[in-house]
Design a protein around this ligand. Structure first.
Ligand code: KG4
Ligand code: ZN
Length: 350
């Protein structure tokens, strides 16, 4: 990294977390502030886009002030302003992007647009865990499940992605089916800890043998049918259906079996990516990378393949602005800065 230590102010608002961070040299976190909207969306069982944008708007200025104060920095110290401008909820992205543009313009600093999913793959460096490249990176979150061949922190080639639900989305929906509450991923993780992952044989959708894409909607439906019965079919005489008929053991077993099915698919695709790209190391990131079973299975894959695993601590797996500042620094050092006409994009082309 050549010893360069420019301070980048990063802003994240792509979904339901408002974040601002100050990071030096792409790895040294001076401040990392996150305001979560989890409580706001809990009663809806998912993120409501309009509610999310308004909540970002209410806190973004205070979060930026907090990050500057905590890091002891002021405008002259900051080399550039990095912002997640894609992909995400468009209204949410626009709040962070507008704030970043205002700062960049007011402070006369470069603006740097950052891909939120690529930034997840940059998170290990924030925990003092530098990655050896080329790396195979699995980023799985509430909105995305993507596999990359990374030649460097800012040089990612997409190998595969979900064709329907994201892994985190499946966790969230299964948590709702099982009545485990919101956010679903951590709740399923906790419930699964006491369950038998072999109790229910849920499907593993691997698609084509050569495919590195994912599909989780069938698994989600399989859990629903297991709990509620297959629509149009009669329950066996005397049999009862529905979540309220399940005891705690049954819920834990279903949670563990579902989680194992997700992990088996994620790890199988990651294994294929490692082999196909002759990766020197493995990265996992995104909110689902906080999952206990996935972390354990990825560690096992690392042992089997001899590729070191880079898996950030949970606080850097879930959405944060430090990872935006980290990837922003790599863009900055390559001169990849954006204009003040930078647009937000809800989706990205494959
Ligand atoms: O990366 P992230 O914070 O936000 C997005 O970019 O979407 O990921 C959030 C997702 C949610 O679906 C959440 O349920 C899931 O990550 N998640 C987990 C765990 N912690 C968060 N999924 C499984 N196990 C966990 N421990
Ligand atoms: Zn994310």
């Amino acid at each position: 990294m050549g010893g360069r230590q420019e301070l980048i102010l990063g802003i994240e608002s792509s979904c339901d977390e408002t974040g601002c961070a100050v990071v030096a040299g792409g790895r040294d976190v001076r401040a990392n502030r996150v305001a979560s909207q989890v409580d706001l969306h809990a009663r809806f069982g998912g993120v409501v886009p309009e509610v999310a944008s308004r909540a970002h708007l209410e806190v973004i200025t205070a979060i930026i002030d907090d990050a500057l104060e905590e890091s002891g920095t002021a405008a002259p110290d900051i080399a550039a302003v990095a912002v997640a401008n894609e992909p995400g909820l468009i209204g949410s992205l626009l709040v962070g992007l507008s704030a970043a543009k205002a700062l960049a313009w007011g402070w006369s600093k470069p603006l740097i647009g950052v891909n939120h999913i690529h930034a997840h793959a940059c998170a290990p460096a924030l925990a003092g865990d530098p990655v050896t490249y080329p790396a195979a990176a699995l980023v799985c979150s509430g909105g995305h499940t993507s596999l990359y061949h990374c030649r460097g922190p800012a040089d990612l080639q997409l190998l595969g992605a979900t064709i329907d639900d994201a892994a985190g989305e499946a966790f969230d929906k299964v948590a709702t089916i099982l009545g485990l509450g919101y956010p679903g991923g951590p709740a399923v993780d906790r419930a699964a800890a006491g369950g038998d992952p072999r109790a229910v044989a849920f499907p593993r959708t691997l698609l084509d043998p050569s495919s590195l894409d994912f599909s989780f909607s069938g698994l989600k439906t399989a859990v629903r049918y297991h709990v509620e019965g297959v629509p149009g079919t009669a329950a066996a005489p005397g049999a009862r259906r529905g979540r309220e008929c399940l005891d705690d053991t049954a819920i834990r077993d279903i949670a563990a079996s579902f989680q194992q099915a997700v992990v088996d698919v994620l790890i199988e695709k990651l294994r294929r990516a490692v082999e196909r790209t002759a990766a020197a190391s493995i990265i996992i990131g995104g909110g689902v990378a906080a999952n206990t079973a996935l972390r354990a299975a990825a560690a096992e894959l690392a042992r089997e393949t001899g590729c070191p695993l880079h898996c950030p601590p949970p606080a850097y797996c879930t959405d944060n602005a430090a990872m935006i500042a980290a990837l922003g620094w790599h863009h900055f050092t390559r001169g990849a800065v954006s204009g003040l006409d930078l647009a937000a994009a809800a989706t990205i082309k494959r």
